[in-house]
Design a binder for this molecule. Structure first.
Ligand code: PLP
Length: 379
């Protein structure tokens, strides 16, 4: 104890050193930026940066959370929720795996399948979380650029598979571009890749899809030995703050995810809230329908302004602002819209409150006027 103060000072000195900490950390981790959350919105603006559900929780969800016990550990297997989901998808409960958000399941599956020397394949731009998860697993990312129309280039992705590829991630609708993969494109991809390659179909926004040609993982269960679909209660179901998502796929693969999982991370309030939301799915889907229609309203408004926005099947829209991304984002901010700027490609704007629609369209009109080349370049 005698040296406590002095060694603490020394430690702080080391941590503050511009040359980095004295402890030896993995260089690829040191080079990785911590996860950047959507900015907190000033009180007079709309937070449209994280694809959250703008509605307050339905009463049944609020009641379920209030009734959940918190002095006891949760059910580690989330059995009630797994069984409910299994019945819904017509699979055994071992073919469902519940996690604290589908991002945590992504991390588990990547860790289970890929390590140093292995490759994880995905499109780019796609979900911002993928690169970090791959790095943490010690594996390497292989990114295949999206097509000029912002859709996944599945043919090039299939061609990029090597002996080192352990996981391929297909995101549909794709975050941040909103574009879908069709059922035919996905079937061709699955036929082109080896069936010992783990394919993750990330369907975080599937409930918002209205394109009838879009792939839907729930129709593919049991068809491929190497396919896992990932879904979440964070977006359509409005439970982002509780952290609950799930995977459906072959039991053996999900057992590997369970083996890498941190035990007990899906809390009891989260499990109860998810069950309550499923009990009242019609009420949830009414809201999803409102969001999807609001998305179409914004999309039509943007097309009328001349914006080359890709058609979106998610709860957000993609502005391909290219090198003008930072300036365009400032205009959104000035209109009280906190969006997600992803330079140098563009800006993702979530579909939020009804009152936010006019602001988004007004900001978009001003951006179009200020940077006419943004509209011309990409159309
Ligand atoms: C939001 C999102 C998820 C799920 O997030 P969780 O809150 O961890 O369930 C997964 N994939 C994509 C592409 C997302 O945008």
């Amino acid at each position: 104890m005698r040296n406590c103060t002095s060694s603490r000072n020394r430690l702080e000195g080391v941590t503050d050193s511009p040359t980095g900490p004295g402890v030896r950390l993995r260089p690829e981790i040191l080079a990785t930026a911590p996860y950047r959350q959507g900015k907190p919105a000033p009180s007079d603006s709309f937070k449209l940066s994280s694809n959250e559900n703008p509605f307050d929780p339905i009463p049944a969800v609020v009641e379920a959370i209030a009734a959940a016990s918190v002095n006891r550990y949760p059910d580690a297997a989330a059995l009630a929720l797994s069984e409910r989901l299994a019945a819904r998808f017509g699979v055994g409960h071992g073919e469902v795996h519940v996690g604290s958000g589908s991002v945590s399941i992504l991390a588990q599956l990547i860790q289970a399948a890929a390590g140093p020397g292995d490759e994880v394949l995905y499109s780019w731009r796609s979900f911002e979380a993928y690169p970090g998860l791959v790095t943490v697993a010690g594996a390497s990312s292989v990114r295949v650029p999206n097509l000029p129309d912002h859709r996944h280039d599945l043919a090039s992705m299939a061609a990029a598979v090597t002996d080192q590829t352990r996981v391929a991630i297909v995101c549909t609708p794709n975050n941040p571009t909103g574009t879908i993969v069709t059922a035919d494109e996905f079937a061709a991809f699955m036929n082109a890749v080896p069936n010992n390659l783990l394919v993750l179909l990330d369907e975080a926004y599937v409930e918002f899809v209205t394109d009838l040609d879009a792939v839907n993982g729930s129709t593919l269960l049991g068809r491929y030995p190497n396919l896992v679909i990932l879904r979440t209660f964070s977006k359509a179901f409005g439970l982002a703050g509780l952290r609950v998502g799930y995977a459906v796929g072959p039991e053996q693969i999900l057992n590997a995810a369970r083996a890498t999982a941190i035990p007990l991370s899906v809390t009891e309030p989260a499990q109860r809230a998810a069950l309550a939301a499923l009990d009242h799915e019609a009420e949830i889907l009414e809201r999803v329908d409102i969001i999807a229609r609001r998305r179409e309203e914004i999309f039509e408004g943007l097309r009328a302004q001349g914006w080359p926005v890709p058609r979106s099947d998610a709860n957000f829209l993609w502005f391909p602002t290219g090198s003008d991304t930072a300036s365009a984002n400032d205009i959104f901010l000035a209109h009280g819209v906190v969006a997600r700027a992803l330079p140098p490609e563009g800006i993702r704007v979530s579909v939020g409150e009804a009152e936010s629609v006019d602001r988004v369209l007004a900001a978009a009109a001003e951006i179009a006027e200020s940077f006419p080349e943004t509209l011309a370049h990409h159309s």
